[in-house]
Write a protein that binds this ligand. Structure first.
Ligand SMILES: Nc1nc2c(c(=O)[nH]1)N[C@H]1C(S)=C(S)[C@@H](COP(=O)(O)O)O[C@H]1N2
Ligand SMILES: [Mo]
Length: 213
């Protein structure tokens, strides 16, 4: 269903509730919850059955591919980059959404400026310490709400939620955000990741319900 039709259906439903004397709830709002999603206040854990233990002394983030300045950052070097904070909504393709997640870390654009992608780089391929991978069009990574998060709600990111560092791309389904982040590679062609080779969407826009390819 298109967003417009979805919103129209929700509006009709709300009008009916009002006519029956049912007060509209404050949340979830139709503007905010993508089609087919249900709001949760919990924070489910989704992983491949492994939560890799990565001591900070061994942790590195490799930035490579079609870039002018390939770089491997230590934990200290990564954390010396400018820090940002952002609150955003989280939408898992398995239909749960969580509002107002408060993340802190390094903006994707800071990493982008550091390694200076070549013009032919149009896609980004992320890998993780648990063997996970995922791919995203570069343009979708350059919004100001995309970051590599090292804190959640003001505390260091726990291992179950992807610590030491995970990617957050709020405007895409959450599988596009690699937990236990290990590398970011800039590529001229799209390279399907773990779920994408199993039929999941390369673009993954929750408002268009791009769940499967
Ligand atoms: N490395 C890694 N990253 C991952 C996953 C995974 O299994 N391994 N699962 C993805 C999926 S499907 C979702 S919904 C979110 C879940 O994040 P959470 O466990 O913090 O809720 O992480 C994404 N990133
Ligand atoms: Mo997910």
């Amino acid at each position: 269903m298109s967003k417009e039709r979805y919103l129209a259906a929700k509006e009709q439903w709300a009008a009916k509730q009002v006519a029956r004397g049912v007060r509209p709830r404050a949340t979830p709002s139709a503007d905010r919850l993508p089609p087919g999603q249900k709001l949760t206040t919990g924070f489910p854990v989704l992983d491949l059955g492994v939560q890799p233990e990565v001591p900070l002394a061994d942790w590195t983030l490799l930035l490579d591919g079609f870039v002018e300045n390939p770089t491997r950052l230590s934990w200290a070097a990564f954390n010396a980059l400018p820090q940002v904070e952002d609150s955003s909504d989280f939408h898992c393709v398995t239909t749960w959404s969580r509002y107002d997640c408060h993340w802190g870390g390094v903006a994707f654009t800071s990493l982008y400026e550091l390694i200076r992608p070549k013009p032919e780089a149009q896609f980004v391929y992320f890998t993780s310490y648990d063997g996970y991978s995922t791919n995203v069009p570069l343009a979708r990574c350059l919004d100001d709400d995309v970051l590599v998060a090292t804190t959640f709600e003001g505390s260091p990111l726990t291992r179950e939620h992807g610590g030491p560092a995970r990617v957050i791309i709020p405007k895409l389904y959450a599988w596009k955000g690699a937990k236990f982040l290990k590398s970011i590679t800039f590529l001229p062609v799209d390279k399907p990741g773990f779920w994408e080779v199993r039929g999941y969407s390369s673009t993954a826009d929750p408002w268009k319900e791009e769940r499967y390819a």
